[in-house]
Design a protein around this ligand. Structure first.
Ligand SMILES: *Cc1c(COP(=O)(O)O)cnc(C)c1O
Ligand SMILES: [Zn+2]
Length: 429
């Protein structure tokens, strides 16, 4: 059983142990390619279902439960895991009604150990770093990648190095990177420039780069699809809706879904809808012009996790759109924050970028692309505690250009029982 790195453009292959983030002959993105033909006969829904409830590593992880499709052939002792994955699938009637569909499943990737789906990619990325004998790993980050990398680097006794943008890092994410002991460089540049700098520095210093350009990250993130489909008893929904920033998830989902179809774990492909913020919408623009011209944008949105103007995984995301007959939609900060208030108000909660999934579903239903009767699986990418400032500013009516539609205002009450009773009587359910 062999695995290799393979260029998505020219199909050139490289040994799996090469430290390579792009094709040497054409510059294309790389896939990790496993020989699944050798595996197919053994693999079935029952094979993976039999591992549910496993108490011991590695199958107690929602990533490594699918080890044969993630990184077959490696020794279990190489795996750096925090029992990531195993996230819940919610059915919330009020949220579905807001979206305008009868059936809406929300898979909450904010329930991962560091509060975002990035943990699923980091367990595979840091495992590969260990296999390669690396002692330093690095990433540029809007926040969640760095929080996750810092945690997994600490687990693996590696130095984590974080290239942080100079502004708009959500408080929870910043705190995690510092707390987990990473070397934090705050650089006077936006995410896209930081990404360039991290690549150059990693090359010069022989540091392993763990942004989603690293194809091992995407192998772990495929497991969001494996696990969701397992939770849906291997019945594909009509739509999968996901926020799009650097487009790592969108890319991983396409690859994972196709592999599931090839192996026979599912019998049809769902359609993928990628949702971008209006102020960070290069893929949306590209899609809307029939992929004729591509231009990066200068990104600006309250949803800092998708505040990316030049996504590194663009080509793989386009491939996913082709494979799944997918669509791209854009949503405003107003729509994002109102959708977030609906998810938060259901008692589940998420960070702003995650709410793109709900805001985008609603918009696609309004446009008639998604039908009321379609079964929709939306991905919530990050935890409600990641960005408390955005939540408090929304409910306080202090976000520029956002007029909160679902406001939960703080009530100021005197130290006086009559006053408290009067206020509570005014607010009966
Ligand atoms: C990283 C991240 C995204 C963007 O995902 P991509 O794979 O880069 O498109 C969206 N939401 C949250 C919470 C994230 O952390
Ligand atoms: Zn190539």
């Amino acid at each position: 059983m062999t695995s290799s790195l393979q260029c998505v453009d020219c199909a050139q292959q490289y040994p799996i142990r090469r430290v390579l983030y792009a094709c040497e002959s054409c510059g294309g993105l790389l896939d990790v390619q496993h020989d699944t033909s050798a595996l197919s006969p053994a693999i079935s829904p029952a094979f993976f279902d039999g591992r549910l409830g496993a108490l011991a590593a590695p199958y107690n992880s929602g990533v490594w439960r699918f080890k044969e499709l993630i990184y077959p052939g490696i020794h279990d002792s190489a795996i750096v895991s925090r029992m990531e994955g195993n996230t819940n699938l919610y059915e919330l009637p009020r949220v579905a009604a807001f979206a305008g569909v009868d059936t809406l499943f929300l898979k909450h990737e904010g329930e991962n150990p560091t509060g975002s789906f990035k943990d699923r990619g980091m367990t595979t990325g840091v495992t590969q770093a260990r296999i390669l004998g690396m002692d330093r790993v690095a990433c540029a980050s809007t926040g969640n990648t760095s929080a996750s990398m810092a945690s997994y680097a600490a687990q693996a006794n590696m130095q984590g190095i974080i290239f942080l943008q100079n502004q708009q890092i959500a408080l929870g994410k910043l705190a995690q990177g510092i707390a987990f002991g990473a070397t934090c460089l705050q650089i006077n540049a936006d995410f896209d420039r930081n990404m360039e700098l991290a690549r150059l520095a990693a090359d010069k210093l022989g540091i392993y780069l763990l942004n989603s350009i690293n194809p091992f990250r995407l192998e772990g993130q495929k497991s969001i699809m494996f696990e969701a489909l397992q939770q849906l008893r291997w019945q594909a929904p009509d739509w999968i809706v996901v926020p799009g920033g650097n487009l790592g998830n969108s890319s991983a989902f396409g690859k994972g879904l196709r592999e599931m179809l090839e192996i026979g774990l599912i019998d049809r492909l769902p359609r993928l809808a990628i949702i971008q913020a209006e102020g960070a919408n290069p893929l949306y623009r590209h899609f809307s012009t029939g992929f004729r011209q591509y231009e990066p944008v200068k990104a600006e949105t309250i949803a800092t996790a998708v505040k990316i103007g030049n996504p590194v995984n663009l080509q793989k995301a386009i491939r996913t759109l082709e494979w799944t007959n997918g669509v791209v939609e854009e949503v405003s900060d107003q729509q994002i924050m109102d959708a977030k208030a609906i998810i938060d108000g259901a008692g589940v909660g998420c960070e702003p970028a995650s709410a793109c999934s709900l805001a985008g579903t609603r918009k696609l239903v309004e446009r008639g692309v998604i039908k009321r009767g379609d079964a929709v699986l939306g991905i919530l990418t990050g935890h409600v505690l990641k960005d408390p400032e955005a939540t408090i500013a929304y409910h306080g009516g202090r976000l520029p250009d956002v007029a909160p539609q679902f406001r939960n205002e703080m009530l100021q009450v005197e130290d006086n029982l009559d006053d408290i009773i009067r206020v509570l009587n005014q607010r009966r359910p």
